[in-house]
Write a protein that binds this ligand. Sequence first.
Ligand code: GLY
Length: 354
Amino acid sequence: MSQVAIAGAGIVGMSLAWRLSQAGFTVTVYDKGTVGGEASWAGAGMLAPGGEYEDDSPAARLAIESRSLYPAFVRELEKATRSTIDLQETGALDLAYSDAELQALAKRADMQRRIGIEAKRLDAKQIRTFWPRLRTEELAGGYFYSGDAVVNPREVVSALRKATLANGVQLREGSAVLEARVEHDLVIIRTEAGESSQAAFVVAAGAWSGSISLQGVPPLPKSEPIRGHLLGYQQPEQICQSIVRYGDTYILQRANGLLVAGASVEHAGFDRSLDLKTVDRLQKQAAFVMPHLGETTPTEAWNGFRPGSEGLQIGQWHSPRIYRAYGHYRNGILLAPVTAKLLTEEISASLEMR
Ligand code: GLY
């Protein structure tokens, strides 16, 4: 029996469903809402190890590997679905508005070089020339990360929906997994609509993962929502040729013209209401970096729940029947291809051995 159920139809669960279906498994994906309707919809789409990792760690290594998998992953998905996905090899520019900030960037770039993340120092004149929309007063310089990139995660998920359906994956939207029970050589999945027997069950439900009850194995590591607000400014032309970062602010532009600025990091539970103070702060931060944004109001503001946990949760959980694929925190979009690859390998090896 090679039936696998996945809880969570975000970019991680859907990438895994695609890879498992390619490997010959019969896959059902359950989601309490809709395909890609939560963090994968809200995410900016930065494929940016340069902005996220300084030291060597398993997560940093996975992020670098997943970044290298992305172009082929997107090309294969485009081909399978005859669609186009906005993936731009833009690089990312980190800005410094004082000598102290520039020194801090230099120190960070040195540390990152040791783990294979390269950055090149640029002076203020070079930045003024190539990024004419950025604030230039007090600009001390910056570091350019040529390996960072941008993808539109909504387009990735939409293509994954098509690709998985074409491979026979069953998508059960509006159907949350409430419980999974390990019994002998099976796992029984309980949803509001009833029960089904599976050979393996994967929890890929982002911030909601820890709430799925397990019987026959220890409870899952906790998960928690880390809320992030973002702003969108629809622009008439392409004005931002790379990701731009300053402190905890980032700005990028999608091929459809939407300039995205983010993002807050908040422990606010599953509260979806827009916090106007946070929106105001983000607006000011974005306008500091790109002054013309101060003269316009955002066309959109939204928030989403990053999947927080006690670290990255990838792999088997106390039984060859149960697997985790959550805890990706700020890097779910980036880490989706490598998570899908690793779990497809692990589940294939584990189920073939039995
Ligand atoms: N990946 C950027 C963020 O989570 O805001």
